[in-house]
Design a protein around this ligand. Structure first.
Ligand code: IMP
Ligand code: MG
Length: 194
């Protein structure tokens, strides 16, 4: 395929998976009030839909980080730019991620969260790019086991663009996108069908 990007998971597939995850989490946390924590900005779309698919009282909280260069170089060490203002001690925390790739960022943030002594701490990721894992990390809840391709849409960006694509696309020609980050703008104007 010569297209720069093509649909990997359409909006209907995403909707169905997110609803299934919500049902599973609802069943697993009956009688409890989970705290969903996500990282700005990629996890926002997923968290918004997931939270509405969970039929329990819950809280949503956000953190913002900045990376020191590539995750691999920095061993996933990040600077926390925005922290949540809630005490996690004794709470049932679900760390919600858009994608776990090398796992280094999640591993670092999980250490930070674990130090706050929650009663439980689980990971829920929409995409698991397990082929690229460096830090051993097996998320409890996974939307899709994602192939080793760069993906955009539904929160995931390239250079801060394309988060608002309703589908998740795999980039087939990363060189073309790097050369012109706007090359996929037509997809935003007339999004690909599910
Ligand atoms: P990790 O530390 O390598 O697991 O990477 C975590 C972060 O890298 C994710 O939260 C994303 O922000 C970003 N990332 C990894 N793979 C992709 C991708 O295919 N598309 C967009 N962002 C990605
Ligand atoms: Mg992210």
């Amino acid at each position: 395929m010569t297209e720069v990007a093509s649909v990997l998971y359409g909006r209907e597939d995403i909707r169905r998976r997110v609803e299934a995850l919500g049902r599973t989490i609802t069943g697993d946390y009956v009688g409890r009030e989970p705290v969903l924590v996500t990282v700005l900005r990629g996890g926002v779309m997923f968290l918004a839909d997931l939270a509405r698919a969970i039929d329990l009282p819950l809280e949503t909280h956000f953190m913002a980080i900045s990376r020191y260069g590539q995750a691999e170089e920095s061993q996933g060490r990040v600077q926390i730019l925005l922290d949540m203002d809630t005490d996690l001690a004794g709470r049932d925390v679900i760390f919600v991620e858009d994608i776990v790739d090398t796992g280094l960022t999640s591993r670092y943030l999980l250490r930070v969260l674990r130090a706050r002594t929650p009663a439980s701490l689980e990971v829920c990721t929409l995409l698991d790019k397990s082929a690229r894992r460096i830090a051993p990390l097996a998320p409890r809840y996974v939307g899709f086991d994602c192939p080793d391709r760069f993906v955009i849409g539904y929160g995931l960006d390239f250079a801060e663009r394309y988060r608002n694509l309703p589908d998740i696309l795999q980039v087939n020609d990363l060189a073309a996108l790097r050369a012109d980050p706007h090359v996929l703008t037509p997809l935003l104007l007339a999004p690909a069908a599910a």
